[in-house]
Ligand binder design. Structure first.
Ligand SMILES: NC(=O)c1ccc[n+]([C@@H]2O[C@H](COP(=O)([O-])OP(=O)(O)OC[C@H]3O[C@@H](n4cnc5c(N)ncnc54)[C@H](OP(=O)(O)O)[C@@H]3O)[C@@H](O)[C@H]2O)c1
Length: 307
């Protein structure tokens, strides 16, 4: 089968499609024919080798942590032909491939109201938001939520989840994405390039998807408020890790159980969350996908199809 691989750390051009042996499912694992997978900013720093001290691993390596596809054989409570979506085990990559084997506990039925290409935009982003706002803390109706990075792949889901819960959502995003984040449910949408923390009010929850100025944003918290810090700045890893230990700061690395993936399926089927896709490219254009996510400026998640 074909899969995207890189044999050395480096620029996007290290990504290529390789012919590799078909994966074999061990007991408890399910084989899935992948229709589409997500490509995200987090993997750019890994491919560049900037995170190798905290995420060592052997090369060659694959890319892609989430996907949507179809089950190949009956296994792990799933049946051949089932439409599924999921997230590979913690800190493993390789979903940008024609076929994968993974534990049944990382899968759930894909939402019936989405195509598999649309669905591939959501598993990592959606479960990250649910872990942040429904597990590590519980966002409630009337809470004041600030989403920093609101037009990104995770941010567009956080804004929609905030609206679904009935929170008051303030979105910091690029100027061209302000209408989109309002449409997704933000009560206020502000251009991050012209807004400083001092221009903002108080928040019960700050969801940070940028990784800089954490101390300044932490000062905006109400007395029982929480700042959820999801980004370690690859250029200042120690500072980022220390900021995660400050009182009121919650930091985690997304590692969703099956129940959370299924919770996301339900929210999408109820219409509370919809995918926002910046572009759909075939996996042969993985290098171009990484160039685009690193450049930024386009809202939502980039999806790679198997074609
Ligand atoms: N800890 C975890 O479990 C976890 C899980 C998922 C993702 N993440 C991390 O979360 C980050 C965001 O992920 P993503 O997939 O949503 O990335 P993304 O799609 O690239 O989104 C990032 C967004 O941040 C915006 N932005 C950049 N600088 C900003 C600033 N100073 N203020 C406000 N917004 C700013 C960008 O806007 P422009 O493009 O217009 O500049 C872009 O829309 C990544 O670093 C990723 O690694 C962590």
């Amino acid at each position: 089968m074909r899969a995207v691989r890189y044999d050395r750390y480096g620029p996007p051009e290290v990504l290529h499609v390789a012919d590799v042996p078909d994966p074999v499912a061990t007991p408890g694992e399910v084989l899935v024919d992948v229709h589409a997978s997500g490509a995200g900013l987090g993997e750019v720093a890994i491919r560049e080798g900037r995170l190798r001290t905290v995420m060592p691993g052997k090369l060659p390596r694959g890319i892609g942590n989430d996907f949507a596809g179809v089950v190949v054989h009956d296994a792990g409570g799933f049946h051949a032909g089932d439409r599924v979506w999921g997230v590979l085990p913690w800190r493993t990559f390789g979903a940008t491939a024609e076929r994968i084997a993974l534990p049944a506990a990382r899968l759930a039925p894909a939402p019936a109201n989405l195509t598999l290409t649309e669905a591939a935009a959501l598993p990592v982003s959606g479960t990250t938001v649910l872990t942040a706002l429904d597990d590590r803390i519980t966002l409630r109706r009337g809470d004041r939520l600030l989403v920093r990075g609101a037009a990104g792949a995770v941010g567009v889901v956080a804004v929609q989840y905030g609206r679904a819960v009935g929170a008051h959502v303030t979105a910091l995003a690029g100027a061209r994405a302000l209408d989109l984040v309002r449409e997704l449910g933000a009560d206020e949408a502000l251009d991050y390039r012209t807004t400083s923390p001092a221009d903002l009010g108080r928040f019960d929850v700050v969801l940070d998807l940028v990784g800089t100025q954490l101390r300044a944003y932490r000062r905006l918290l109400s007395p029982k408020g929480r700042l959820i810090a999801l980004v370690a700045d690859p250029d200042h890893l120690l500072r980022s890790l220390l900021a995660g230990l400050l009182p009121g700061v919650v930091a985690f690395s997304n590692n969703p159980p099956a129940a959370r993936i299924a919770q996301l399926t339900a929210l999408v089927e109820q219409g509370a969350i919809r995918p926002v896709i910046s572009a759909t490219l075939p996996m042969t254009e993985a290098a171009e996908a990484h160039r685009r996510v690193a450049k930024g400026g386009v809202p939502g998640r980039l999806v790679l199809t198997r074609a």
